[in-house]
Each structure stands twice: as structure tokens, then as C-alpha cells.
Design a protein around this ligand. Structure first.
Ligand code: GN1
Ligand code: MG
Length: 358
């Protein structure tokens, strides 16, 4: 997409003044994100905005998705808001793409790798507080933006199907990873079964709690807000806990080529758990007890999704090279293995923190 087109798109939204600059930002695997600068001709003041192309192959109902985000941001009442289009809508279609504009926060940053435990604790507080803030949101009004998003059984079945079809002829390059996933079939229903038995509540959750989905203030290090609200839907708090551990308590990046170097950092794990509980004090005892399961399951599920996408030809996650999804899958599975080895420590750590919090 050329700059001219991007400017035309940005000007479909209610910016203060004319658009003067647009540049790509962020590292999301799904949507395309840009920072827009607009300048008011009379006052000379400039303002910044986030412009995003919503991936409508993945989010097939952009209108429903934007209704969710509009309602959720209003309910939270923070500074993150949808900037309306000039035609009054919350998003626009342009040349076949779906676009939206949101608040930009200058002086904030996102991290791809945790620098220190306090930073991860702060991210934990932000994600915990997000669930807490939505605890009285009418969940039944939300659209399911991706069906069965954290239905791990469904993800497992999609892997079986991708292995069976082997459309790209890549199966033999991933034999070890396929075996690793298949050996863990018994795990994939654990959390759905707990929810079905009523042991843990369905809440309004974020469902994509990667560390880079919290904006942090450059000056104070405090969380500014939680972003990337496309998957806010009814879900399980333990999955939000788990996905953050998957992305933040690993000793390496999600696409670290040396998967054997990947471990779970228990200090970071503890730190996030403390923050998450501080942010969301209403979590039940059973939810806390299942934190380690959430971490293991979200990591396994994400590895399964990367593997499935690798086998099916990389149509879902953005990739930079042909084995990118396989490389990502390997880090996830190495992390699962390390969690299995550290299982007793992971559990003990939560018991310890829970005792402090009571
Ligand atoms: C995607 O868009 P992004 O990068 O925040 C994905 C998550 C995965 C994550 C893995 C809608 O998140 O579920 O955990 O990549 N989002 C969607 O890095 O599928
Ligand atoms: Mg994101």
C-alpha cells in the first residue's frame, strides 16, 4: 500500500488537521499498524494517531469486532478510544481493506522481551486490572470475533487435519514437533472440562495477553493501557495469565532460532503472578490454583497453532522466512517441556503468593 493511499485512508477519520506523516509501527502477527501525524493548519499543533488495517481474513466480521472495542473501551473509561470515521462509523472500508483509527500514546513503548521482574509485575497488574474492570461488563453483548479461539481441542483437531492433508509437503520436516503435540492430546481438554464442571467462571477476558499488548510509560515504567482488543470475548482468566507467561517468562524470544536454549524463568513467572493478583483480587482460589495449567496450555496451544500454520502454508501468522512458524513452534514446545520439568516449582510458587495475598 503506497503512502498516498495511506494518507487518503487516514483522512477518512476525524483527525484534528491534515495528515502530514504516516509510518509503520508495532510487531503484531495479524493486523498492519501505522502511526499517523496530523497538523492543524491554523494553530500549527500536531497530534498523533494509530491507524490499523484489520485482517478480515481472520476477523470476518469487522463491524462486530469494532462494536466490541467501542463498548469495552467506553466501559473501561480510560484514555484508549476509537477515533470515529468522518462518516460517523467506527471503521471504514477502502480499496477492499478494513481500517480503524485509535488513540496514540506518545511517550509510551511496548516491550518484546522483559528487562526486569518489576516490569513484568506491572504488565501483570495491567492485565489483571483489565479483567477486574470488565467484571461487570455484559458479556452476552460481545461478538465472538474468532470462533473457538482458545478451544485447545479444536486447535488440536486442526493440527491433525493439517498433518493429514500435508498440502505443502512439509510434514517430514516437522516429525518431531508433530509427535510432541500428539503425545499431549490428553491435556487439551483440561481447562474446558474445568469450565464445563463450573469450577472456573467464564469472564470477559483479553485472550491475547502477549507482553507487547501493554503500553508502558517511558518515564515512569507504569502501564498506560492494554491494547489490541480484537479478541476481547468471554474466556478464562487462567488463559490470560498463561499467554502472558508464555510470551514474557521465556528466556528467549518467540522466534529464537536456538530453541534448546529456551527455559521458563521462574522469577519472572512469580513476578507476573503477583502483579496479576494485585490487579484482579477477585480471582477465585481455583483459578489461582490453575495458573500453572493455563501457562502450560496456552504455550502448548500456541505451539500447535504455529505448527498447523507451518504445515498449511503460512496463511495465518505473518512470517519473514519459510521456516518461521516452525521455529516459533519449537520455542513454544521447548517451553512446554521446561514447564513440565518445573511443574512442582510452578505450583509451589503460586501457593506461596496466594498465602501472601490472603
Ligand atoms: C497473534 O496479533 P498478535 O501478534 O498480538 C495471535 C495470538 C498469538 C500471537 C503469537 C488474533 O497476536 O493469538 O498468541 O500472535 N492473535 C490472533 O505471537 O490470532
Ligand atoms: Mg498485538
Amino acid at each position: 500500500m503506497g503512502n498516498e493511499d495511506l494518507i487518503t485512508i487516514a483522512e477518512l477519520f476525524c483527525t484534528d488537521g491534515r495528515v502530514t506523516d504516516i509510518r509503520p509501527v508495532g510487531n503484531g502477527h495479524i493486523n498492519d499498524t501505522y502511526r499517523v501525524t496530523a497538523r492543524d493548519q491554523e494553530t500549527g499543533d500536531s497530534g498523533e494517531y494509530i491507524l490499523q488495517r484489520i485482517n478480515d481474513h481472520i476477523f470476518s466480521d469487522p463491524g462486530g469486532l469494532m462494536d466490541n472495542i467501542t463498548a469495552v473501551t467506553k466501559h473501561i473509561g480510560g484514555r484508549l478510544a476509537v477515533i470515529p470515521a468522518r462518516d460517523g462509523g467506527s471503521w471504514c472500508r477502502y480499496a477492499g481493506g478494513c481500517w480503524r483509527m485509535m488513540t496514540y500514546f506518545s511517550g509510551s513503548y511496548t516491550c518484546e522481551k522483559i528487562d526486569d521482574p518489576e516490569q513484568f509485575r506491572e504488565i501483570g497488574r495491567a492485565y489483571g486490572a483489565f479483567i477486574e474492570a470488565l467484571s461487570d461488563f455484559p458479556a452476552e453483548t460481545l461478538h465472538e470475533t474468532i470462533e473457538g479461539f482458545h478451544d485447545t481441542r479444536k486447535r488440536f483437531d486442526q493440527l491433525i487435519e493439517a498433518v493429514r492433508k500435508d498440502t505443502e509437503g512439509r510434514k517430514s520436516f516437522a516429525a518431531e514437533e508433530i509427535r510432541f503435540a500428539f503425545e499431549r492430546e490428553k491435556d487439551v481438554d483440561i481447562l474446558a472440562d474445568c469450565a464445563a464442571r463450573g469450577e472456573i467462571p467464564l469472564r470477559v477476558t483479553h485472550n491475547d495477553t502477549k507482553i507487547n499488548n501493554v503500553l508502558l510509560d517511558r518515564a515512569t515504567g507504569k502501564a498506560v493501557c492494554v491494547i489490541d482488543l480484537d479478541t476481547v470475548m468471554p474466556g478464562l482468566a487462567v488463559n490470560d495469565f498463561g499467554d502472558a507467561i508464555r510470551s514474557g517468562a521465556s528466556t528467549g524470544r518467540e522466534d529464537e532460532p536456538d530453541a534448546d536454549s529456551i527455559r521458563l524463568d521462574l522469577e519472572l513467572y512469580r513476578s507476573f503472578a503477583r502483579g496479576f493478583l494485585e490487579g484482579c483480587p477477585s480471582l477465585t482460589e481455583r483459578e489461582r490454583e490453575l495458573f500453572p495449567v493455563g501457562a502450560r496450555m496456552m504455550t502448548l496451544e500456541c505451539g500447535i497453532r504455529f505448527l498447523t500454520d507451518y504445515l498449511a502454508g503460512d496463511h495465518y501468522f505473518k512470517t519473514d522466512y519459510p521456516e518461521h512458524n516452525l521455529v516459533r513452534c519449537r520455542t513454544q514446545f521447548r517451553l512446554v517441556r521446561d514447564m513440565e520439568e518445573k511443574w512442582n516449582e510452578m505450583r509451589a510458587c503460586i501457593d506461596e503468593i496466594t498465602a501472601i495475598h490472603q
